[in-house]
Design a protein around this ligand. Structure first.
Ligand code: SF4
Length: 356
């Protein structure tokens, strides 16, 4: 498989062109074809000499991923299943103008992207880990989800959340490169403040990202306010317990302007009682963080239940008493920020079925 031209930074492109004896302005022309004109063929790059187009074709490809199927209408959440060059699949979800995403009303479109095929972290509420980890996505496969979603939906994506399949901080090298492709003025040009990286809590990587100059947002899959509860849901808590996690989150808060979001799936009989609510409220208060409460959605094969609406509201009210901004969505179906990968498993099976 040839590397994708979409994975080249301007410096890398300059080096390639210099080796070929081409002037450096060709790099700007190529980037313009890729990211502005969104060309799907090197042959279309009509202002490049034919010789250079042939040389580029010999060394690079353009296609990182291809659409397989889309679900949903233009005024609802749309789910895309994309096929990678090696026959694997990733899911990307386009969320239309959102009534209350992360506690803020918004008329902007948000794309939930995947960062890995499968996941090694095995969070108990999540289907992504059921098949285990397969591989990291490359930066162009990550940014390519945005390009394809915009092409298929004919809409501009304004916000990006790394909440699809995979743990983005376990794919740090490609994540950082993807952030460059996504934010660069010559790339997708989406501001860092419109990008949220969601993690299960990889402490050293959170510190590294905190020191990264871009002002990206951070969301933490918390789901338990004490070690005893969180460890039952998030195996990573054995490695990085709540105290270590909050230590690094306090460091993050000194480095970035935006509030951290704590994601918390409410599960009946496990983490939705008053003592967890008070502990979560104190922890969120200490970080000046906001909390996104997500009533658990039933996953086939898992035994947990969602609490009653009254219990969910009571949990939210405790946070509000402490002055912690908290959102609670009681309607069903909006499972994307909680249960990454659920849909992919079902659709991958059915896509395989369709192809068979
Ligand atoms: S929640 Fe995220 S880190 Fe946890 S298993 Fe799912 S994809 Fe992996």
């Amino acid at each position: 498989m040839k590397p994708s031209l979409f994975n080249q930074t301007p410096d890398e492109l300059s080096a390639v062109l210099s080796d070929l004896g081409e002037p450096s302005y060709r790099g700007e022309q190529i980037l313009d074809w890729l990211w502005r004109k969104r060309t799907s063929s090197i042959d279309e790059m009509s202002n490049l000499p034919a010789r250079l187009r042939d040389q580029l074709k010999a060394s690079f490809s353009l296609q990182s991923l291809s659409p397989t199927r889309a679900q949903g209408s233009s005024d609802s959440t749309r789910k895309f299943l994309f096929r990678l060059h090696d026959g694997r699949y990733v899911e990307t979800v386009l969320i239309p103008a959102s009534p209350a995403l992360f506690g803020e009303r918004s008329d902007r479109r948000t794309l939930c992207v995947s960062s890995q095929v499968g996941c090694a972290f095995g969070c108990k509420f999540c289907a992504s880990g059921l098949d285990g980890f397969t591989r990291n996505l490359s930066a162009d496969e990550i940014a390519g989800q945005v390009l394809l979603a915009e092409e298929l939906s004919k809409e501009k994506v304004n916000n990006i959340v790394f909440m699809g399949m995979g743990e983005p901080l376990a794919n740090m090298t490609q994540l950082l490169r993807a952030l460059d492709l996504i934010t660069a003025p010559w790339g997708l040009g989406i501001g860092a403040r419109h990008i949220t990286v969601s993690t299960s809590g990889l402490v050293p990587q959170i510190r590294k990202l905190a020191d990264h100059p871009q002002q990206i947002r951070l969301a933490i899959s918390l789901h338990g306010a004490s070690d005893e509860v969180r460890s039952q849901i998030m195996p990573i808590n054995q490695r990085w317990p709540v105290s270590k996690l909050f230590e690094v989150l306090k460091y993050w808060a000194t480095r970035k302007a935006q509030k951290i979001t704590l994601e918390y799936i409410l599960i009946d009989g496990l983490n939705a009682d008053a003592s967890q609510a008070h502990l979560l409220a104190r922890r969120a208060q200490s970080l000046n963080a906001k909390v996104n409460l997500i009533p658990y959605n039933t996953v086939e094969g898992l035994l947990w239940k969602r609490p009653s609406e009254d219990a969910c509201s009571a949990f939210r009210d405790v946070l509000t008493e402490y002055g912690v901004p908290a959102t609670l969505r009681l309607e069903k179906g909006h499972d994307i920020d909680a249960a990454c990968g659920q849909l992919r498993l079902k659709e991958e099976e059915s896509a395989k079925g369709l192809q068979a």
